[in-house]
Design a protein around this ligand. Structure first.
Ligand code: FES
Length: 159
C-alpha cells in the first residue's frame, strides 16, 4: 500500500530548503510499481508526492504548468512502456506534451530538467525508486523553482 499521508515535505526541514516533487503515476504501471515498492519496503525520498492518474495521456499541460506556477520544484510523469498503454496512445501523447512543456520551461527560465517522463512496467519497483530518487537529486542540484518566490509573493499580497 502506498503511503499517501507522508510527512509534510514543505519547503524547509530544519531551516534547509528541500525540493518538492510530484510524481504523476499511471494507474496500470507506475502506480502499481510504486505500490510494489511500498510493499517491499523500498526506500525513496519523502519529497515525492504521488498523484494517481488513469493514464499519462490524461495529464493536461495545465496540470503541469499550474503545479510549476504554484512553486513545485520538479515533476515526474511515469507511465506504461511504449506499446503497453491501456489507452493505446496515451503515453505517446503524454511524451509529446512533456517534450513541449520542457521546451517552454527552458524558454521561461525554469529549466527543462525539472520535468521528466519515464516509462516502466508494474513489476519494476526498483525503476520507480530509481526515477523518483533521480528527479529529487536533479532538482536538489538545480535549487528552488524560480517561480516559487513570485507565487509566494502573490499569495502574501492576496492575504
Ligand atoms: Fe499507463 Fe496509458 S495506461 S500510460
Amino acid at each position: 500500500m502506498i503511503q499517501t499521508d507522508r510527512e509534510e515535505t514543505t519547503a524547509t526541514v530544519a531551516g534547509a530548503w528541500e525540493p518538492q516533487v510530484i510524481a504523476f503515476c499511471c494507474n496500470f504501471c507506475a502506480y502499481a510499481a510504486a505500490d510494489l515498492a511500498g510493499a517491499k519496503r523500498m526506500q525513496y525520498p519523502v519529497n515525492v508526492r504521488i498523484i494517481l492518474t488513469p493514464c499519462t495521456g490524461k495529464i493536461e499541460m495545465e496540470h503541469i504548468l499550474d503545479a510549476f506556477e504554484k512553486g513545485i520544484d520538479g515533476i515526474l510523469v511515469a507511465g506504461c512502456l511504449e506499446g503497453g498503454c491501456h489507452f493505446i496512445e496515451g503515453n505517446l501523447r503524454a511524451r509529446k506534451r512533456t517534450d513541449r512543456i520542457r521546451e517552454m520551461l527552458d524558454e521561461i527560465g525554469v529549466g527543462s530538467k525539472r520535468l521528466k517522463m519515464v516509462n516502466f512496467s508494474a513489476a519494476e519497483a526498483p525503476a520507480f525508486v530509481r526515477h523518483v530518487t533521480e528527479i529529487v537529486e536533479t532538482v536538489r542540484a538545480l535549487g528552488p523553482n524560480p517561480l516559487k518566490k513570485s507565487s509566494q509573493k502573490e499569495s502574501a499580497v492576496e492575504a
